[in-house]
Design a protein around this ligand. Structure first.
Ligand code: HEC
Length: 122
């Protein structure tokens, strides 16, 4: 699936999400897919805010790439529709309109104090 198709699903999702609230296991599955199979974190960071544990990825918009005669790489794996829904559930629950990451949210995200949370003041 292409990223633009994914964007369509994500942007179309609020209607669907309003109808049924995802449960915690759907959100956790989405977080796992975001970090692993979907590999979204490689560009967007684990928190979806562009911050990465080992520095920023590209810091570019698609328009910048087009100007340089480049395109975004293809996703590492094809996601099933159900997996895309889990990722959307995760993004709406944890990323979109949730404000900047902080210590408390970081610990909740990882389920415990972890190295990634060290950068946020207690
Ligand atoms: C190769 C790097 C890369 C990967 C991997 C990647 N993205 Fe992106 N994504 C981008 C870039 C760059 C943009 C910004 C495009 C633009 O604005 O022109 C973007 C934009 C988005 C947007 C729109 C954000 C907005 O505010 O408009 C969403 C949503 C998104 N990505 C979700 C995902 C998800 C979910 C995954 C994993 C399945 C993913 N991306 C994987 C690079 C990536």
């Amino acid at each position: 699936m292409t990223l633009s198709a994914l964007a369509l699903v994500l942007f179309a999702a609020p209607v669907h999400l309003a109808a049924q609230t995802p449960d915690a296991s759907d959100i956790a599955e989405g977080a796992r897919l975001f970090r692993q199979k979907g590999n979204c974190q490689s560009c967007h960071g684990w928190a979806g805010d562009g911050r990465k544990i080992d520095g920023r990825c590209y810091g570019l918009k698609q328009a910048d790439l087009r100007q340089a005669g480049q395109r975004m790489s293809d996703p590492p794996a094809t996601l099933q529709n159900r997996e895309i829904e889990y990722i959307a559930d995760f993004m709406f629950a944890k990323i979109i309109d949730k404000g900047p990451m902080n210590r408390e949210k970081c610990v909740e995200y990882w389920g415990q104090e972890t190295e990634a949370c060290g950068e946020f003041p207690k």
